[in-house]
Design a protein. Structure first.
Lengths: 118, 155
């Protein structure tokens, strides 16, 4: 299964990749929304983890662009923005899950499992 | 900045450490700082705008950053990664504060500094500084946030 990690923090990209491991997923990553769309077009992942606050193209705009390209893509938004409106907006745009930073490894695994079960 | 606002930042920092390294830090009482910020090896700044003005920053010595990342399983410790880490930590702490301040509490992307140099952008002259003791080392969280109304009055 192909998974794309989108986050402007290299530390977070590496942490997510390390945690979910490469045995189950083929993983690629991108550091901003513009790069994410380029990788998405070439890599065609089934799952995307998406940060919101990023330079160039923000995560919510990137969710729109990805779902316009392939509506069945499963998107887990991972953000530190703790107001409820942000989570509601992400889901309204079509993301299937929302995980608040900081998170534990267990929380990440649970969210991904729920995403795949849908 | 009220006592409850400060307590919220204390709670956010405690939660950050609990979630990421599964260990609570020792948080000293916040102090008010009027001098330019005392920056350590790696610093991450978040500019605040919208309903409030100012900045939130975290600054730490190299061994704090390296030790923290090791605890998460990250073995690399180059300058770029350590800078990215402090920027991400500052961003997460500031962004978590939206739960209290609301969606108009606008968060910038992080700006990071290495080597204790002073920031090439303005920092509020008065800030609360929260010492964070963990693993035998100390980092500092700086909070210079004022409501936009207060900021206009002060200028």
């Amino acid at each position: 299964m192909k998974l794309l990690i989108v986050d402007d923090s290299n530390v977070i990209r590496r942490a997510i990749a390390r945690e979910i491991g490469s045995s189950r997923y083929e993983i690629r990553s991108a550091g901003n929304g513009t790069e994410a769309l380029a990788v998405f077009d070439e890599f065609a992942p089934e799952i995307v983890t998406m940060d919101i606050t990023m330079p160039e193209l923000d995560g919510l705009s990137c969710v729109d662009a990805i779902l316009n390209r392939r509506p069945d893509t499963k998107i887990l938004v991972i953000s530190a923005l703790a107001d409820k409106a942000t989570a509601v907006e992400a889901i309204k745009r079509g993301a299937q899950g929302f995980l608040l930073k900081p998170f534990t490894a267990e929380m990440l695994h649970t969210e991904l499992a729920e995403l795949l079960a849908e | 900045m009220t006592d409850n606002d400060l307590k919220m930042f204390v709670d956010i920092v405690s939660n950050y450490f609990a979630k990421v390294v599964d260990e609570a830090p020792l948080l000293d009482e916040p102090v008010i700082e009027f001098t330019p910020p005392k920056l350590l090896d790696y610093s991450g700044f978040i500019q605040i705008s919208g309903s409030d003005d100012g900045c939130v920053y975290i600054t730490m010595p190299r061994d704090f950053a390296v030790s923290f990342l090791r605890r998460t399983g990250e073995m690399a410790s180059d300058d770029a990664l350590l800078s990215d880490f402090v920027g991400e930590m500052a961003s997460t702490i500031a962004s978590n504060a939206r739960e209290r301040f609301g969606g108009q509490f606008k968060i910038s992307v992080p700006r990071t500094l290495v080597g204790g140099q002073q920031p090439p952008f303005s920092v509020p002259g008065t800030r609360f500084v929260l010492p964070i003791r963990w693993d035998g080392r100390t980092a500092h969280l700086g909070i210079g946030v004022f409501s936009s109304v207060e900021a206009v009055k002060a200028s």
